[in-house]
Design a protein around this ligand. Structure first.
Ligand code: 9WN
Length: 429
């Protein structure tokens, strides 16, 4: 594929994955609606069909629960419930979503408000977009309120994730230490069957042991009827993720702009963003490692792992310049930013946990590159943003619209015809 064909191929991928009101991430591996995927996919649609973009994001918000959470999966009732594991039966959340769809009970990074703003920028002054922003603004606010009110551990300022899948970076080395404490008994008693290995190479995917821990955490949360206070108090996995919190602060800034467009108050969003930004700098920045890390709430200590999640605070214009300089030096020195390396690896090339093909332990993801390109632009680093834009597009052009890429060879891995790769490539053209 050459760059001229990119638009055509990306459009074909999004169209083939369109499912009446949203885009499935992949027809094989992920045949339902995923929360943060939908936000990214909608950005791609905004370039092709603004109606589809607005519909996609709004459909995702339709699965919101009464407590404000936006579940990470909304299941398609037409699809075989066993096509993806864990499916609707394991989550047992059949009557929580406002639109009546069965859902999961966990969440994903809150990039929705930022995506809504980006879509409104792409579609321009279209009265339908303004009416849409007016409709979704209250839902975006209650989503953020949910995270702040229900997911801030007592005495803490940042929001916590309760499952590695909530980070969107499932088996990142950032989660190794807290995940190792999770007892696997609940999952082993279930004798379940993984479905991801039907469609992907086992050398690329998380290990069986990790899967047992993922499923045990799901069962724990479900047995407590998805009560966050209970999990914050008792679960072994309560972690402040640098990407999740940066996405929230970045989306608060976007909500401030949306508030202005719909005639609401900007100030509460600016204050929320400033508080989160200060807390990220204070509690997640590790000067010795030169990057932001996770914070293990149960163990009351930082998790010293270097990953692309730790570069996400670049999205925030309120981050102090010395921290920005340090993040940039790490991105250049350890992740190959600004060089012709095929991609930004999810963990540094020289890290002991680096694995070029295994999911979030080395491969390059277009979603993360796209976020970092936005971050570099926020920091005024236009040359670096341009360099990453070009290497990211080159991956998609040379290998195709894969789910992720080997950051050494540039080979496409995981699911082919993957929606967010196509959507964000359209936005980066
Ligand atoms: C669990 C859909 C999702 C992405 C995540 C990615 C992967 C699921 C899985 O696929 O996670 O949610 O089964 O591995 O890690 O970021 O949203 O594309």
């Amino acid at each position: 594929m050459d760059i001229k064909n990119l638009t055509r191929v990306a459009k074909a991928v999004l169209s083939a994955n369109w499912e009446s009101s949203y885009t499935v991430p992949s027809r094989t591996l992920y045949p339902h609606q995923w929360s943060w995927d939908s936000a990214f996919n909608a950005i791609g649609w905004a370039h092709l069909d603004p109606d589809a973009a607005r519909t996609e994001l709004e459909t995702g918000l339709g699965a919101q629960w009464d407590d404000g959470r936006i579940p990470h999966i909304a299941f398609n009732p037409e699809v075989d419930p066993d096509a993806y594991f864990p499916g609707p039966a394991l989550w047992s959340a059949y009557d929580r979503a406002r639109d009546g769809r069965a859902t999961s009970g966990i969440v994903q990074p809150p990039v929705h408000a930022a995506a809504a703003l980006r879509i409104s920028e792409i579609t321009g002054p279209d009265p339908r977009t303004l009416a849409w922003l007016e409709r979704i603004y209250p839902q975006l606010c209650t989503w953020h309120d949910y995270l702040r009110d229900n997911r801030t551990a007592p005495g803490r300022e940042l929001v916590s994730i309760l499952h590695p899948w909530e980070s969107g970076m499932d088996n990142s080395p950032l989660w190794d230490v807290p995940l190792a404490r999770v007892d696997t008994g609940l999952a082993r008693a279930l004798d379940y069957q993984r479905r991801d290995l039907d469609n992907a190479d086992s050398a690329d995917r998380p290990t069986d042991d990790d899967y047992d821990r993922y499923i045990s955490l799901v069962l724990d949360y479900r047995h407590g009827y998805y009560d966050d206070a209970l999990m914050l108090k008792a679960s072994e996995f309560v972690v402040e993720c640098p990407l999740f919190n940066s996405a929230l602060a970045w989306s608060e800034l976007a909500l401030a702009q949306i508030a202005e467009l719909v005639g609401a108050e900007r100030r509460p969003h600016l204050i929320a963003a400033a508080q989160l930004t200060a807390a990220i700098a204070e509690t997640l920045f590790d000067a010795e490692l030169g990057i932001c890390v996770g914070y293990d709430v149960r163990a009351q200590q930082q998790i010293p792992a270097v990953t692309t999640a730790g570069l996400a605070p670049l999205l925030l214009r309120g981050i102090d310049r010395p921290i920005v300089e340090t993040l940039l030096a790490t991105a250049r020195g350890r992740f190959g930013l600004g060089t012709t390396a095929p991609g930004l690896p999810s963990t540094p090339y020289d890290d002991e946990s680096f694995d070029a093909n295994r999911y979030w332990r080395g491969p390059t993801w277009v979603s993360i590159n796209w976020l970092l390109i936005q971050g570099l632009a926020v920091q005024g680093e236009t040359m670096l943003a341009e360099s990453l834009r070009q290497t990211t597009l080159r991956l998609a052009v040379d290998a195709g619209m894969y789910e992720y890429f080997n950051p050494v060879s540039g080979e496409g891995r995981g699911s082919a015809s993957f929606s967010w790769t196509a959507a964000l490539a359209l936005d980066l053209r």
